[in-house]
Design a protein around this ligand. Structure first.
Ligand SMILES: [Zn+2]
Length: 312
């Protein structure tokens, strides 16, 4: 009796494993978009590769446990533009075992023409291999924080929807329905942000991390200075003096940090320039809740509104 129960349990779980498809996503924004699109499809599960919190996964290395998730993936979704290069490296390492797993890159949904514009506006310096300079139309060194702008997040969702529908044609109707509704919500959010930015008497802001170039381009917010260079390195004393001069001249509405507590550098610059500090969360990580992105973005919206009232 016990034996047959055991057998039944075994065969049941094997059957479930065979039916259920797993989409592995690299980090929170990718998980959020994928989860929204496959919502209510019972035989697809969405996994998040990294459990880390505390910021963007630039230069992250995977733990063996995180790496293990790769072997259960039926589809792999990453953001691209180097921010989740840890996944590319992992796929490279596991290539022989995982075979040709379908891969989707969200930033492929953003046109090369706008990428070129952003490349021209941004002085983002990502670490990249020397050989990559040989590729002319390569955006490997482009500022990768596209999802921080709801307008670009919508484009990424549309791209992801089409790609998922081609991998799971049996679910096309529901994927399109979910994908369109998520993209529309993001479009509405994008309009809200640009309407707000347009209405601000002073659109100038200072940020700590260079994560807002896409948002500022799409809304009209004007980033007059960024405190840290990528990789978290602090300015030299001379650069710091220039920064303070710039802030005193430009009179931005605030210094926007990613999360509390404020870094010492931001505190010091805030004191020396009498510029208030606010939190503008780029949603690089979050709680396992597909609504979290929207909640944080609403908070960011209210913060900008408040900063405009309080700011100079
Ligand atoms: Zn970042």
């Amino acid at each position: 009796m016990l034996f047959s129960l055991f057998l039944m349990a075994c065969s049941k779980s094997t059957e479930n494993d065979q039916k259920k498809q797993t989409i592995l996503t690299s980090f929170y924004p990718v998980w959020f978009m994928t989860s929204q699109i496959v919502d209510s499809i019972d035989d697809i599960s969405v996994e998040l590769m990294i459990n880390g919190s505390g910021g963007c996964p630039h230069n992250l290395s995977l733990t063996p446990r995180e790496m293990q998730k790769l072997y259960d993936a039926d589809v792999i979704v990453s953001h691209g533009l180097g921010i989740d290069a840890f996944l590319d490296h992992a796929v490279e390492i596991a290539k022989a075992e995982i075979g040709d797993v379908p891969r989707i890159v969200l930033s492929d949904g953003i046109s090369d023409s706008i990428k070129s514009v952003i490349a021209g506006e941004s002085n983002w310096q990502a670490d990249h291999d020397d050989h990559e300079h040989e590729h002319v139309q390569s955006f490997d060194g482009l500022n990768p924080h596209c999802w921080v702008s709801p307008k670009r997040a919508a484009e990424e969702v549309r791209h992801l929807t089409v790609e998922l529908a081609s991998i799971f044609p049996e679910h096309t109707a529901i994927l399109l329905k979910n994908g369109n509704s998520t993209a529309s919500r993001l479009d509405s959010l994008a309009i809200k942000f640009s309407d707000l930015a347009e209405s601000l008497p002073n659109q100038k802001i200072v940020t700590v991390h260079d994560a807002y170039i896409w948002l500022s381009h799409d809304t009209g917010l004007d980033i007059v200075a960024t405190l840290e260079t990528e990789g978290g390195s602090e300015p030299s004393p001379r650069e710091l003096n220039e920064l303070i001069e710039t802030i005193l001249t430009e009179q931005p509405i605030g210094i926007f940090i990613q999360q509390e507590p404020a870094p010492d550098l931001a505190m010091m610059v805030s004191e020396r320039t009498k510029t208030p500090i606010f939190v503008l969360d780029p949603v690089s990580y979050g709680t396992p809740d597909p609504e979290y992105y929207f909640e944080v973005m609403e908070k960011n919206y209210l913060t900008l509104k408040l900063a405009a009232i309080k700011g100079k």
